[in-house]
Design a protein around this ligand. Structure first.
Ligand SMILES: [Fe+2]
Ligand SMILES: [Fe+2]
Length: 288
């Protein structure tokens, strides 16, 4: 006698136009992963290198900013229910990243001081415009996607390799949604376009800041983080394992693609971003 297994019911998608986050929520339930999907029992202490510990501590510092970031987003978007709901869904996933890295670190016989994590609690301040805040998040997510992907490819320790692969997939999905919300904001307030271009220029415009993440500029100077791991360590390791700079190049290409779509300017290099900023300011003056 064959036993019929019931296939999971198809969940009807909410059609309410102003509830993009509901469709994201449904999509994430299929795309995401849970802590018990990580093959923790396959952990290989003999494959852990000291630089992996430093890298993971940097990732923990970066990921644990989720509370400050969610708090800041909820403050800044207090009149936008849909985006606020997305911020909560996003925050839940970022918490999982933080806790997965913490769990791996414990398996590796190491730990990070709780005071280091707790020092990052304070909410982020609002950006110069809402579109600039969203664009900053696009940059954070794209950088994290490529950093984790690149390190996961070179990672010998299987549990960390798997965490990195899964987290990288989440970050790529996050980037897409922040792009969606930036585009929506710009369609309502096209005058914020210059601030989006400036955000790209501020974070990615100077070559001395290769392999650096916006979080290090916001929280990198906290006294509690002095002589401690920071997100800079994570990106330093990304730079080390990124042979020939291929992944970094892909990361920049992706950012230029996203920001070209968002702003309507053809952006392939920083000089074009500078020119676009100049054009936007001339346009702003003409409309005054
Ligand atoms: Fe994350
Ligand atoms: Fe993310």
């Amino acid at each position: 006698m064959s036993v019929k297994t019931k296939s999971p019911a198809r969940v009807p998608l909410l059609e309410e136009e102003r509830m993009h986050s509901a469709r994201v929520f449904a999509g994430y339930q299929h795309a995401t992963w849970e802590m018990h999907h990580i093959p923790w029992e396959e952990f290989r202490s003999d494959l852990v290198l000291p630089e992996h510990i430093v890298f993971v501590k940097g990732a923990i510092v970066g990921e644990s900013n989720v509370i400050a970031a969610t708090h800041g987003l909820l403050n800044e978007f207090d009149t936008d229910y849909d985006f606020s709901q997305f911020a909560c869904i996003w925050g839940y996933q970022e918490i999982q990243h933080h806790l997965a890295f913490q769990t791996w670190l414990q398996l590796a016989g190491n730990s990070i001081e709780h005071s280091t994590i707790a020092s990052m609690r304070e909410a982020y301040p609002p950006g110069v415009t809402r579109a600039a805040t969203l664009a900053t998040n696009v940059i954070c997510e794209v950088l994290a996607t490529h950093a984790y992907k690149c390190v996961s490819r070179s990672m010998q320790e299987p549990v960390l390799a798997e965490i990195l692969k899964k987290v990288s997939g989440d970050e790529a999905r996050h980037a897409r949604e922040f792009v969606h919300y930036t585009a929506q904001q710009l369609s309502e307030k096209p005058e914020e376009c210059a601030s989006v271009l400036e955000t790209l220029y501020i974070y990615m415009g100077t070559s001395r800041d290769l392999y650096r993440h916006p979080v290090s500029r916001f929280k990198g100077n906290l006294p509690e983080l002095e002589n401690h791991e920071s997100i800079d360590e994570m990106f330093a390791y990304f730079a080390e394992v990124d042979e020939g700079g291929t992944e970094w190049a892909k990361c920049c290409e992706q950012l230029f693609r996203y920001f070209s779509t968002l702003t309507g300017y053809q952006l392939t290099k920083m000089s074009e971003v500078r020119r676009a900023i100049a054009e936007e300011s001339l346009r702003g003056m003409a409309s005054v």
